[in-house]
Design a protein. Structure first.
Length: 162
């Protein structure tokens, strides 16, 4: 799980950059679509649907998520479309922000938090992950990915989708 955690975001970023190159779109657009579609989606489905949307095809997922992804695909800046700390953190992490900490269901479980956090709680949980990362001398996004991979167990890892 340690290796997968270290590689999770670099591999995800490589996927973003690869799709951006193939479809001649800015990485921010690809990462924005991915972040919007990520809710309750496994990585492979997220990549597949992002690519389908970049080609102009229909995708699965939550209705609201698809609508946001479509806005981004149509050229609206992701920063104006994406809401909520988890989705915005995932977007930033996909673009290379190693300070971005994604607190999803798996991270909540790993942190011993069992209900949807308020914005204030989310901020405190993300700060807790950042403190632990700094204590270990590694980037917060990497520590978050390591904890996430361990909590999830199966290693839903970008390097496995290729």
């Amino acid at each position: 799980m340690l290796t997968e955690g270290w590689r999770w975001y670099p591999d995800a970023r490589a996927t973003v950059l690869g799709l951006a190159s193939i479809y001649k779109r800015p990485p921010s657009t690809v990462a924005g679509i991915m972040a919007a579609l990520s809710q309750r989606r496994q990585w492979r489905a997220n990549v597949r649907d992002t690519e389908t949307m970049l080609r102009g095809g229909p995708v699965g997922g939550l209705v609201q998520a698809r609508a946001k992804a479509a806005q981004i695909a149509d050229g609206r800046p992701p920063d104006l479309v994406l809401r909520g700390p988890k989705i915005r953190a995932f977007y930033r992490a996909l673009l290379g922000d190693d300070e971005a900490v994604v607190i999803d269901t798996w991270m909540l479980r790993a942190l011993g938090h069992h209900e949807k956090p308020t914005p204030k709680q989310y901020k405190r949980l993300a700060q807790r992950v950042r403190r632990e990362a700094r204590r270990r001398g590694i980037p917060p996004a990497v520590w978050q990915a390591i904890v996430w991979c361990k909590a999830r167990g199966s290693g839903e890892w970008p390097g496995k989708h290729s």
